[in-house]
Design a protein. Structure first.
Length: 325
């Protein structure tokens, strides 16, 4: 019996839907903290269907203070994660071959916050610094060697700004998009010093993937990166859709804190400044990556014989994205 035209059309539609579903590449992306404005572009890309339009089925998973995102990625819990590009180098030395493929922030959002205004970092020598554990394998060795803070006193930072507010001799570490918001509520004068202004070289919130994943899934990852950067451009223009998903994942994140984070990202041109002006949002360059590698070697955080610089990054996935600010 010859099938009816309606039956044939239905079969074609079903076949097309099946092929479309099969074509969607699954990507699991692990952020480096609870959902917040600093992750807004990824949530915007999810909320506005940018990932879906790129043929991707993306799952966004939150990190947190006790979450080792590199270990989880290495264990297969995520395809890519978010981190300081120095983390990829240190992780490589530990035997986990992670590769930096793009970045969200063109410079590190790490800052020192002090009660007193200083003209140069050496003036902080007599202060006591509040530092989290991760500081000892990231910016603190650099600060000791480059800023003359080798003999500074240290106390642990427990992600509360109350000790800082109670003691005028303390210097608080933080992210320019986060801690100043909490400190401001204390009602006292304070000053914020981005470490990148003093020469700290790493990118911030870099996209890092396993080397094997980059090798096996280059097209899917390139699509994910481009869609993410399109999400970031859209988020900075109108964050409404992304913010809704952020607050769904992290209900404790207040509207005012999200607004502060966005304002700081714009003020300091974290996403749109630097090389993004000419290379597009997310761009990474060999000279900048090499600066971080050199810094870690100089401070004995990595052994150059165990971390081959040219294997620790890939420009191929971001170079053609060209999402201009």
């Amino acid at each position: 019996m010859k099938p009816s035209p309606s039956y044939t059309l239905l079969a074609l539609l079903l076949a097309s839907a099946s092929l479309s579903a099969q074509a969607e590449e699954k990507i699991t992306f692990l952020t480096n903290w609870y959902a917040q404005a600093e992750h807004g572009g990824f949530y915007e890309a999810q909320a506005k269907g940018i990932y879906k339009n790129a043929g991707l089925d993306v799952t966004l998973k939150m990190g947190g203070p006790q979450v080792n995102v590199m270990q989880l990625m290495a264990a297969g819990q995520a395809d890519c994660t978010l981190g300081d590009n120095g983390q990829a180098l240190e992780t490589w030395q530990a035997g986990v071959h992670a590769v930096t493929v793009a970045t969200v922030f063109q410079h590190s959002p790490t800052v020192f916050i002090s009660h007193d205004k200083v003209n140069k970092p050496e003036e902080l020598k007599g202060k006591t610094f509040l530092l989290a554990t991760e500081a000892y394998t990231s910016f603190w060795p650099w600060a000791k060697s480059e800023l003359g803070l080798a003999n500074a006193k240290i106390r642990p930072y427990t992600f509360s700004v109350q000790p800082f507010l109670a003691d005028n001799n303390l210097v608080q570490q933080g992210y320019v998009t986060s801690e100043p918001f909490s400190v401001e509520k204390g009602g006292k004068p304070f000053y914020v010093y981005p470490l990148s202004d003093w020469g700290y070289p790493p990118y911030g919130n870099s996209i890092i993937c396993m080397a094997d994943t980059v090798k096996k899934r280059p097209a899917a990852l390139a699509a994910f990166i481009k869609a993410s950067m399109q999400g970031w451009k859209a988020y900075l223009q109108d964050p409404t859709a992304g913010n809704e998903l952020i607050r769904k994942d992290n209900p404790r994140m207040g509207v005012d804190q999200i607004a502060f984070g966005i304002a700081q990202m714009k003020k300091y041109q974290l996403v749109t400044g630097g090389d993004a002006q000419t290379g597009g949002i997310g761009i990474i360059t060999v000279p900048r990556l090499k600066e971080t590698w050199d810094m870690l070697v100089k401070n004995k955080l990595i052994d150059p014989s165990k971390v081959p610089f040219d294997q620790t990054y890939s420009l191929d996935l971001i170079k053609d994205a060209k999402v201009m600010p």
